[in-house]
Design a protein. Structure first.
Length: 98
């Protein structure tokens, strides 16, 4: 699936990806923004996540779009239990589990 992001004239598609958590128990939902002028394999990449108590669609996607427009690929993810990432209950704020 792809999600279109927009900000003024800036419009970049993000590929939806699921990233396995380090413990292998859950998958983190992420958007991958790739610069239009180069493949993801050839671009530097920035890994971004929102601060605790928020999720990627609370506005951080706009920053990711700007980095991608500048030639940097961005993997923007939600922490476990947040947004579309796996984990129950939703919105569990537990630093040790992140």
């Amino acid at each position: 699936r792809r999600r279109a992001g927009t900000m003024g004239k800036l419009a970049l598609d993000a590929a939806e990806v699921l990233v396995p958590a380090a413990d292998g128990k859950l998958r983190l939902h992420a958007w991958l923004y790739v610069p239009e002028d180069r493949p993801a394999a050839g671009a530097p990449i920035l890994v971004m996540a929102h601060g605790f108590g928020a999720q990627k669609d609370f506005g951080l996607n706009r920053s990711a779009q700007h980095f991608a427009a500048g030639g940097i690929a961005v993997l923007l993810f939600d922490y476990r239990h947040w947004g579309l990432s796996e984990g129950e209950p939703n919105h569990l704020l537990n630093v040790a589990k992140q």
